[in-house]
Design a protein around this ligand. Structure first.
Ligand code: HSE
Length: 295
């Protein structure tokens, strides 16, 4: 029997579309144990949906490692307790993929190395910005090169992070479909410099700089207008610190001074709730740990 933990992640961090991601101190905890027959049971977030079908991202990823390593698959009992809210922009799909890949790799005695796991995860997800920090922890810059995913992982200080998820239907598929096929040179330039400075601000714990540079012109403006209350909530979050759409949304993420965390959460929630949308609010911190084994 093995037991692993995989963190939530927030991708993009404003301008770093599809290449920046941060692991958060929110975890799914999963045990794998060989058994007489296959079973997959989930408690916590998404339990109702995930307990309905036996094929999902986690079990697909688990099988994929066996296929790639040409190992016969034995019946396994998978038991998950999930804290990561699904369809929220907090990397729940990436966490499911990493759980299946990392869990299978541990069960088989680690035939694959970190980069091989990351490559498989990226093939399943289509972009590396959530799967990389879910596997490695910390702040991760990742790019797809010809034959590999090139990543650099950075430790960052203990920022206070507020996340507010409006309860709206906003699948990542839809969130990617609303993006333009091409962008202007001016918008590319706007994002390139800011992405570099977001990394610097996060690494040095410079909240003032982060607040100035965590802006984006290549995905947020297109997405926020489809999320009821999204633009107003984002603007409210920016009054307290540095803010962004978390991943593809719909959650808003804000990096704020610790004494402002509760107030920031309440105010962002209020913006959505005034428009008749219920919300969930979380106060958390970055996690320097990625997927790891606890038993
Ligand atoms: N970079 C991705 C996006 C993250 O913004 O679509 C969500 O999966």
């Amino acid at each position: 029997m093995i037991k692993i933990r995989v963190p939530a992640t927030s991708a993009n961090l404003g301008p770093g579309f599809d290449c920046l991601g941060l692991a958060l101190n929110i975890w799914n905890e999963v045990t794998f144990e060989y058994a007489e027959k296959n079973s997959h049971h989930v408690t916590g977030e998404g339990a109702e949906k995930l307990n309905k079908g036996s094929r999902n991202l986690l079990t697909k990823a688990y099988s994929l490692v066996h296929d790639v390593c040409r190992k016969g698959i034995k019946a396994v009992d998978i038991c998950a307790h999930n804290e990561i809210i699904m369809s929220s922009g907090l990397g729940s799909s990436a966490a499911a993929i990493i759980t299946g890949l990392f869990g299978a790799n541990e069960m088989l005695g680690k035939p694959l190395n970190e980069n091989e796991l990351l490559k498989l995860a990226n093939e399943m997800e289509g972009h590396p910005d959530n799967v990389a920090p879910a596997l490695l922890g910390g702040l991760v810059v990742s790019v797809m090169a010809a034959k590999e995913i090139i990543t650099r992982r950075y430790e960052i200080p203990e920022f206070m992070i507020v996340i507010v998820k409006p309860n709206v239907d906003w699948p990542t598929r839809a969130a990617r479909a609303v993006l333009p096929k091409s962008i202007s040179r001016a918008d590319a330039i706007y994002n390139i410099g800011r992405t570099t400075l977001v990394v610097d601000a996060l690494r040095s714990g410079d909240l003032e700089l982060l607040q100035k540079v965590m802006d984006d012109r290549i995905h947020q403006p297109y997405r926020l207008k489809y999320i009821t209350g999204g633009m107003a909530a984002y603007k409210t979050a920016k009054q307290f610190g540095a803010a962004a759409l978390s991943g593809a949304g719909p959650s808003i993420i804000a990096f704020v001074p610790s004494e402002k965390a509760e107030q920031t959460k309440t105010q962002i929630m209020r913006v959505f709730e005034e428009r008749g949308i219920t919300t969930r609010g979380i106060i958390t911190k970055p996690s320097m740990k990625g997927a790891h084994r606890i038993a």
